[in-house]
Design a protein around this ligand. Structure first.
Ligand SMILES: Nc1nc2c(c(=O)[nH]1)N[C@H]1C(S)=C(S)[C@@H](COP(=O)(O)OP(=O)(O)OC[C@H]3O[C@@H](n4cnc5c(=O)[nH]c(N)nc54)[C@H](O)[C@@H]3O)O[C@H]1N2
Ligand SMILES: Nc1nc2c(c(=O)[nH]1)N[C@H]1C(S)=C(S)[C@@H](COP(=O)(O)OP(=O)(O)OC[C@H]3O[C@@H](n4cnc5c(=O)[nH]c(N)nc54)[C@H](O)[C@@H]3O)O[C@H]1N2
Ligand code: SF4
Ligand SMILES: [Mo]
Length: 653
């Protein structure tokens, strides 16, 4: 008779939904992964990527034994040999050049409570070089902090109070399935949904109206809608006079343009701007959800601040069912002391968006070793060729992960990590306010270990072992001390998510932690910096989230031979290219072979593709992306990449 059990756990993947999951295990093997019915947000609905994750756990390509690279390539080794080699190298480098000659590169693959201890390990070791800036969401948070003092998003469940929702550069059907039932409910109650995206993303199908502005020109669209509201006398005078600062200066910015001019600059029709304004006037409250797509432009702060301003002018800030929301603090419920940053004087950090150059240029001391966890920077950071060069230049690279991806290929040691289904931990979210339990559904596959286990074993090779080596429960009690202080019970957390005491709707008292104590409008605007034209490279490359995969979490076998690029058919015709044809996509810094798909649902000035395909599989779109950093928040402006297309010449392989 087969032995079936069910385990409640939490998805730890790089996804704002952070679902509660129910894992079904038959005779020790994971057979089903579904949304937990008891999780207040998941309510039984997880995405299709959850069940597919089982194939990833048991994939033949998964590396399940530690490996070290020698003259004749990879060889399997025992954990002790791998960890001895790492500890030996770290000690030598520290003795010769100091700990800052080592870079600890922590990626976005898994951000659980116990992962705080990775950095603690390196701090006990002496404080190595780490990273600052972001490949993901830095710009939005920093921009919203300017307006609101401290970015706090509306709880997703508060959107049930919304009469309308604007998905501004956000595609929840693909990237946050938990919002879909909420969107459907708003519609069912007669509300409106608007999607704003240069191409018709999957969420547009749920929307009443799709607006396709030119990339990064949304600033003008937000300004146009605000100007219409003010012109019609529909702005929230009470909020503006009592709870905001800088409105007159913002109004002066708006007065520089007519609504027609703003719509022209945004690349939309006046009808589009009027639709937004009408919605904000007649469907109160409206929640505006910012996507991460918006961040990935150099001067995205203008757009985000103009959207915040639109939220304020329309009376949607500090209102239930309103708000301009995006992210949450995924490390919010943890004690920051557990990072251990207080143990050392300030250490060097490298700018993440420039990681290739930064690694190559670091001096006093130069970087000799990189230790990578839960990341694939060779594929996902900008300018892959430079990142490859930098990694090749390193004396020693440690990679902890699941598959031999582009970064692992350049490592000297591969440490096989468990997936969250083999781990004991806790997980908060960047998309909502719940912390959930991570419980092992199965035994570790092969010889895989959790990072907590790996670092504990590594710590035993150092004098600080007594400070690091404690049980997972003892560490979780320390890390999750704030949860206890909020009245949470860590035993209960093992099977029930805990909601942090964050507001359902922030700023209801209309007090903002800004210098003025009020909502602050942006008071300077320089439209010239938004221009990103280059006649030699006529298309903006939008390398967006894939429906089937999260970032580069795929196997080699998952890749079709070429990445797909989507172009408007009229543009293809202009270039003499046809649907289904292989093409070369070229930017100022590189080229990638791709398969052309013509698609009427994209703007004519954009080329749409999916992020995350591996270079070794012939994908690797970041070979086209030059290093750049956003003006606010040290984010990565991937979507300012300009490209052109041409036929594949016979001499190009
Ligand atoms: N299936 C799946 N889910 C994911 C991920 C994934 O890779 N796959 N990734 C996860 C991660 S790491 C993140 S950060 C989130 C991202 O979540 P989302 O922000 O929802 O998704 P993105 O595809 O990154 O960007 C959303 C949209 O922004 C649009 N966009 C780009 N530039 C502009 C612009 O200037 N103006 C406007 N209006 N729109 C623009 C893009 O065309 C894209 O469709 O999703 C997470 N969830
Ligand atoms: N061109 C382009 N590039 C982009 C983007 C874009 O829109 N366009 N988006 C950017 C965004 S939003 C993000 S967030 C970054 C992501 O950049 P990265 O974090 O560098 O890349 P991921 O592909 O998410 O890789 C995460 C890896 O962690 C592994 N992993 C998961 N759990 C664990 C664990 O517990 N331990 C270990 N050791 N490994 C684990 C996964 O298997 C996966 O291989 O990429 C950015 N890059
Ligand atoms: S990937 Fe996202 S939507 Fe899918 S199960 Fe995990 S948290 Fe839920
Ligand atoms: Mo991200």
């Amino acid at each position: 008779m087969s032995n079936i059990k069910k385990i409640i756990t939490t998805c730890t993947r790089d996804c704002p939904n952070t679902c509660g999951l129910e894992a079904t295990i038959e005779d020790g093997r994971l057979i089903r992964l579904t949304g937990s019915k008891t999780h207040p947000l998941t309510r039984g609905l997880a995405c299709h990527k959850a069940s597919k994750y089982i194939d990833r756990v048991y994939s033949k390509e998964r590396i399940t034994t530690p490996m070290m690279r020698g003259a004749s390539g990879w060889r399997e080794v025992l954990w002790d040999e791998a960890l001895d080699a790492i500890a030996g190298k770290m000690k030598t480098i520290r003795d010769e050049d100091g700990p800052e000659a080592i870079l600890y590169y922590q990626g976005y693959g898994e951000r659980t409570a116990l992962k705080l201890l990775n950095k603690y390990f390196f701090n006990l070791f002496g404080g190595v070089t780490t990273l600052h800036g972001s490949l993901c969401g830095g710009t939005g948070q920093a921009s919203q902090n300017l307006d609101l003092g401290n970015r706090i998003s509306h709880d997703p469940l508060d959107h049930y109070n919304s009469k309308a929702m604007i998905l501004w550069a956000r595609n929840p059907v693909t990237t946050q399935i938990g919002l879909v039932p909420i969107i459907k409910e708003i519609k069912k109650k007669g509300g409106r949904i608007i999607t704003i995206d240069p191409f018709r993303n999957r969420s547009a199908a749920l929307s009443d109206w799709h607006i396709a502005p030119a990339p990064n020109m949304d600033t003008y669209l937000a300004m146009a809608a605000a100007k219409i509201l003010i012109d019609r006398g529909e702005h929230d005078i009470g909020f503006i006079s009592n709870h905001s600062a800088g409105f007159d200066a913002y109004k002066t910015i708006l007065e520089r343009y007519s609504v027609d001019a703003l719509c022209f600059l945004a690349g939309v029709s006046k009808e589009d701007a009027e639709y937004i304004a009408d919605t904000l006037i007649t469907f109160k409250p409206t929640s505006i959800l910012l996507g991460w797509g918006l961040h990935r432009h150099k001067d995205a702060h203008f757009t985000i601040r103009a959207i915040d301003a639109l939220g304020a002018i329309s009376g949607n800030i500090g209102v239930e069912g309103g708000g301009v929301s995006q992210g949450f603090e995924e490390y919010g419920p943890y004690d920051p002391k557990c990072w251990g940053d207080q143990l050392n004087s300030e250490r060097r950090t490298l700018l993440m968006p420039y990681v290739g150059q930064e690694l190559l240029n670091a001096k006093n001391p130069p970087i000799r070793m990189v230790y990578v966890t839960a990341a694939n920077p060779v594929c996902m950071a900008p300018n892959s060729e430079l990142v490859i060069e930098a990694f090749k230049r390193m004396e020693f690279v440690v990679y902890s992960g699941h598959f031999l991806d582009d970064t692992a290929e350049l490592a000297d040691v591969f440490l096989p990590a468990t997936t969250f289904l083999e781990e004991y931990d806790a997980m908060a979210s960047f998309g909502h306010n719940y912390v959930g339990p991570v419980n092992p559904a199965i035994e570790p596959v092969g010889d895989c270990r959790s990072e907590f286990h790996m670092f504990t074993e590594l710590a035993k090779r150092f004098s600080f072992k007594d400070r690091y080596c404690k049980s997972a429960d003892r560490w979780l009690a320390e890390i999750c001390a704030p949860i206890k202080a909020w009245g949470g019970d860590l035993d209960v957390l093992r099977h029930t998510p805990f909601r942090m005491p964050e507001p359902m709707a922030p700023y209801l008292d209309k007090v903002f932690p800004t210098p003025s104590g009020k909502f602050e409008f942006m008071t300077n605007f320089d439209g010239d910096v938004l221009k990103n034209d280059d006649e030699n490279y006529p298309y903006t490359l939008l390398s967006v989230a894939s429906f089937d995969y999260i970032c580069s979490e795929r196997t080699l076998a998952d890749h079709p031979p070429l990445p797909k690029v989507r172009l408007h058919p009229a543009e293809a015709e202009k270039l003499g290219l046809t649907d289904g044809q292989p093409v070369m996509v070229k930017s100022l810094i590189g080229s990638v072979k791709a398969l052309l798909c013509t698609d009427v649902s994209t703007r004519r000035d954009c080329l749409i593709t999916e992020r995350g395909g591996w270079i070794k599989a012939g994908h690797g779109l970041n070979r086209l992306t030059a290093e750049m950093v956003s003006s606010v928040g040290n984010g990565t402006p991937y979507y300012d990449t300009r490209v052109t297309l041409c036929r594949v010449c016979s001499n190009i392989k």
